[in-house]
Design a protein around this ligand. Sequence first.
Ligand SMILES: *[C@@H]1O[C@H](CO)[C@@H](O)[C@H](O)[C@H]1NC(C)=O
Ligand SMILES: *[C@@H]1O[C@H](CO)[C@@H](O)[C@H](O)[C@H]1NC(C)=O
Ligand SMILES: *[C@@H]1O[C@H](CO)[C@@H](O)[C@H](O)[C@H]1NC(C)=O
Ligand SMILES: *[C@@H]1O[C@H](CO)[C@@H](O)[C@H](O)[C@H]1NC(C)=O
Ligand SMILES: *[C@@H]1O[C@H](CO)[C@@H](O)[C@H](O)[C@H]1NC(C)=O
Length: 246
Amino acid sequence: MKLFLVLALCVQALLVAQISAQAPASAPAPGPAGPTNITAILSKGGQFTMFIRLLGSTQETDQIDQQLNNSDSGLTVFAPPDNSFSSLKSGLLNSLSDQQKVELVQFHILPDYMTLTQFQTVSNPLRTQAGNSNGGEYPLNVTSSGNQVNVTTGVVNTTVSGTIYTDGKLAVYQVDQVLLPLAFFRSPAPAPAPVSGKPKKAGDTSDDTDDTDNTATDSSDGVTQLSKFGLNKVVFLVALIYCMAL
Ligand SMILES: *[C@@H]1O[C@H](CO)[C@@H](O)[C@H](O)[C@H]1NC(C)=O
Ligand SMILES: *[C@@H]1O[C@H](CO)[C@@H](O)[C@H](O)[C@H]1NC(C)=O
Ligand SMILES: *[C@@H]1O[C@H](CO)[C@@H](O)[C@H](O)[C@H]1NC(C)=O
Ligand SMILES: *[C@@H]1O[C@H](CO)[C@@H](O)[C@H](O)[C@H]1NC(C)=O
Ligand SMILES: *[C@@H]1O[C@H](CO)[C@@H](O)[C@H](O)[C@H]1NC(C)=O
């Protein structure tokens, strides 16, 4: 009678061990697969249709997707909402050449992933995708305290008014105004310049050494899953040996 009870328990233990060994995979689903889609990210809010259109017409959408796929430093995008485009001087956008439109969009993109906190320690002017910031053509400065980040281009002063998306590689922040680069208002440019008449000295600004350290954290789900599986096997083996020894 006692032996029978022990045997029954044994068989049950074996079954349980085997079943759990066979079904180790109730693992959490991995993160969103596939490449990041900047258009989809901006579409969600519904208020960036103009910027999305510009990104598309200048082929910057593809550029962004490619850079995110191919570089480790990530990207930061300043996205102006539709109402900021409507408050531009009328005709300004249409007066830009195709090349200037590309530059305008690129001026809204930093070639590094930046958290809001990192803006507190970067050195001005920031480097943008539009090119040389030290030459004085496309300077973009930020001043930041706490979570408030102000952005100035020499033509426009505005502020970061929201975080739309961050994933450690791509950051998208809303800015309240279209970031117009100084360059549009200096050379033979179409629009009247609202810049204060201060002549710009040849920049002897220090090199922008804005290192951002990206701490990529790999998930170790696979590892724990594996060890769970191994443990189940061990339990099964021990139970088997124990039962055979009876
Ligand atoms: C990105 O998202 C937009 C809008 O949701 C969609 O139209 C487009 O096909 C997507 N692009 C890719 C490459 O998945
Ligand atoms: C992403 O990068 C990988 C390797 O760097 C490359 O093989 C792949 O074609 C790229 N995909 C796209 C959509 O650019
Ligand atoms: C940002 O600008 C606002 C007004 O334009 C000003 O009150 C604030 O002090 C500025 N903040 C920083 C961190 O420069
Ligand atoms: C940006 O910052 C640099 C360095 O501090 C400064 O020389 C330049 O005048 C600033 N430009 C604007 C538009 O604030
Ligand atoms: C931007 O702010 C600076 C200093 O805070 C000021 O000197 C400049 O006139 C402002 N420019 C515009 C276009 O508002």
